[in-house]
Ligand binder design. Structure first.
Ligand code: HEM
Length: 179
């Protein structure tokens, strides 16, 4: 997983919960990177789970909820740093339908070492279903990113999650727009 996904996470923790907590979650557990990340480096996605698990212990907030919060935050970062992906897209469904067939393809060209999920998308009657598939098991991060996307386009919708396998590698995310 790219280093900036880690550096942005630590920055969010510093800003939202303070430097002391950020310091604790980096030092509490044996991290193979020793908690030192550069934005251009690449680190195991399991380190992200360790950091989130440490934060969960500190704040007594469940891991899925924290991944959710981070996903929302990360969408804002993507919006700022990759603004060209947003050109000529006017709503959330337009944006979300392009992740698999355009955005993540471009991301892979920029960062060949990136490990990205697969999304199969179906849109009908104000409802979108996204079938998330990834061995990284980060559908909660995806939910947060989707909510960040809805907020960005100032749309109201409900996002629901249905886990389809025991490892959470296959998850159906349903977005229902409110009229
Ligand atoms: C401008 C928009 C976006 C950019 C630039 C982007 C880029 C990235 C990057 C760089 C990673 C890290 C991969 C790695 O380093 O191994 C990533 C992972 C991921 N992205 Fe995107 N992404 C964008 C939008 C989205 C959206 C809207 C979703 C939500 C559906 C999404 C879902 C995910 C998930 C869940 C992962 C974690 C890896 C996994 O589950 O296998 N991305 N993305």
């Amino acid at each position: 997983m790219k280093g900036f996904v880690f550096t942005e996470f630590i920055e969010m923790v510093e800003n939202e919960f303070g430097y002391e907590i950020a310091d604790k979650i980096i030092n509490e557990d044996e991290l193979s990177s020793k908690g030192v990340y550069t934005s251009i480096g690449t680190y195991s996605h399991s380190e992200m789970f360790t950091l989130v698990a440490n934060l969960s212990k500190e704040l007594k907030v469940p891991v899925p909820q924290l991944l959710h919060v981070y996903g929302k935050y990360l969408f804002g970062v993507f919006n700022k740093n990759y603004s060209h992906f947003f050109e000529n897209i006017h709503d959330s469904f337009g944006f979300l339908s392009l992740i698999d067939e355009y955005i993540h393809i471009e991301v892979k060209k920029l960062y060949p070492e990136a490990e990205l999920p697969k999304f199969d998308i179906l849109e009908k009657d104000g409802k979108m279903t996204m079938l998330y598939q990834s061995t990284r098991k980060m559908s909660d991060l995806a939910m947060g990113l989707i909510e960040g996307c809805l907020e960005h386009y100032e749309e109201k919708a409900t996002v629901e999650k249905l886990v389809l396998d025991k490892n959470e590698e296959k998850v159906l995310l349903t977005i229902t727009k409110h009229s």
